[in-house]
Design a protein around this ligand. Structure first.
Ligand SMILES: Cc1c2[nH]c(c1CCC(=O)O)Cc1[nH]c(c(CCC(=O)O)c1C)Cc1[nH]c(c(CCC(=O)O)c1C)Cc1[nH]c(c(C)c1CCC(=O)O)C2
Length: 376
């Protein structure tokens, strides 16, 4: 067991009873907490202004800029959480991997990782120790952000091992991650080594954000939806569990809990995967007693149906279709109402989109969603 530091916002009481944290622990706070995946980014003019002068990954590694961009949507929309401005490739970059983020495309790697030899070289050269030694800009950005946020929790995140591996093997974005899934079937030993390495880097990145002041983390397994349930269970879930091992060991005593009766508890974890309706039961199995897990659900699976399948035992996050952000106000309001009503079936609900904010979104629409959700 590892304790969060005394000045951490979950420990000193700043965020331990914030609506987001209560909901992620399975409780129904006074208002439904709301935040948006990809809220910090391209839909905001104040973000575009910063990005005009700085490359994406440079901005991620400049503590002042990363903190400012993280805070922008909180100031503008009044959301119940900040999500740290970074990217799933940042831990790979800091470990030494040659990767860039290409506008309109996504992560692109100088050398795809495809053979047993490639994987061996990566593990030898780009290990977790090298990442740990390079994380100061991230720790500093998180600390600066948390000092400004007061009672609003910061969500840290990482890419899950499968999603990182899908990019590494393909060398860049791909439609159905065929090369990665072929490696998984053709050479399970090498696949296991690759995922173990990705899990180590994900885990170190998550722990650094939590230790520096984040109050929850989200594991993005964006592309896990391309896997069958059986392949997810045997070839991917063990690595996601490994990525969360260090996070699960981080404990704190909730200052709000009666006489500290609850004892040390774990920090809340959210898991999100696009198009993963067929994996809900497998994903829920990443949680365990004393290890709070909330599931992000995309827009294809209604929240009440998701909750029923999970025995009404798992806090859910989601799941307004991002396409609705461009629909007329009345259509959006009706669909928002439906999402909130369906969400009532779950033990707890964090309102979010079913995937990230599209870049062309009118930012005022996001503010209206926050106001509507809070007014209920
Ligand atoms: C798959 C994935 C990536 N990155 C991420 C994921 C998982 C979430 C998901 O499923 O969408 C996670 C991510 N990326 C970014 C954040 C910041 C925090 C937030 O959510 O607001 C988060 C949480 C910033 C970013 N990451 C990226 C941007 C856009 C950079 C820019 O052009 O300004 C931002 C703000 C770039 C990026 N990075 C990645 C992609 C596919 C792209 C888009 C490429 C493009 O269309 O330009 C990889």
């Amino acid at each position: 067991m590892n304790f969060l530091p005394a000045q951490h916002p979950l420990v000193d009481g700043r965020t331990s009873s914030a609506p987001l944290i209560r909901a992620l622990r399975g409780d129904r706070p006074e208002r439904t907490p709301v935040w948006f995946m990809r809220q910090a980014g391209r839909s905001l003019p104040e973000y575009r202004e910063i990005r005009a002068a700085h490359r994406m990954l440079d901005a991620c590694l400049d503590p002042g800029l990363a903190s400012e961009i993280t805070l922008q949507p909180v100031r503008r929309h009044g959301v119940d959480a900040a999500v740290f401005f970074s990217d799933i490739v940042v831990p790979l970059l800091l470990a030494g991997v040659d990767v860039d983020l290409v506008a309109g495309r996504g992560p692109v790697f100088a050398q795809p990782v495809r053979t047993a030899e490639d994987v061996r070289r990566c593990r030898a050269e780009y290990g977790p120790e090298r990442l740990r030694a390079a994380l100061d800009p991230v720790r500093e950005a998180v600390a600066l952000t948390v000092a400004e946020l007061g009672g609003t929790p910061l969500i840290g995140f990482a890419g899950a091992p499968f999603t990182l591996a899908a990019y590494l093997v393909e060398g860049g974005p791909s439609r159905d991650h065929l090369r990665a899934r072929t490696l998984m079937h053709a050479d399970p030993g090498t696949w296991g080594e690759l995922l173990d390495w990705a899990a180590e880097l994900s885990g170190v990145f998550l722990e650094a954000q939590l230790e520096a002041g984040a109050s929850a983390v989200q594991l993005f397994d964006s592309w896990a939806g391309s896997l069958s349930a059986a392949d997810y269970r045997t070839s991917v879930a063990p690595a996601s569990r490994a990525a969360l091992r260090g996070v699960r060991a981080l404990r704190y005593a909730d200052p709000e809990a009666e006489g500290y009766a609850a004892g040390p508890i774990g920090v809340p974890v959210i898991h999100f995967a696009v198009g993963s309706g067929h994996l809900l039961e497998e994903l829920a199995a990443l949680g365990a007693p004393g290890e709070p897990l909330a599931l992000g659900v995309d827009w294809r699976t209604p929240l009440d149906e998701a909750s029923r399948r999970l025995g009404d035992a798992v806090p859910l996050q989601g799941n307004l279709d991002p396409a609705l952000l461009g629909a007329p106000d009345a259509v959006l309001a009706a669909q928002l109402d439906a999402v909130l009503r369906r969400g009532e079936r779950a033990p707890a609900h964090v309102l979010n989109l079913g995937h990230g904010v599209p870049p062309e979104t009118d930012p005022d629409v996001l503010g209206r969603i926050v106001d509507l959700a809070h007014a209920r």
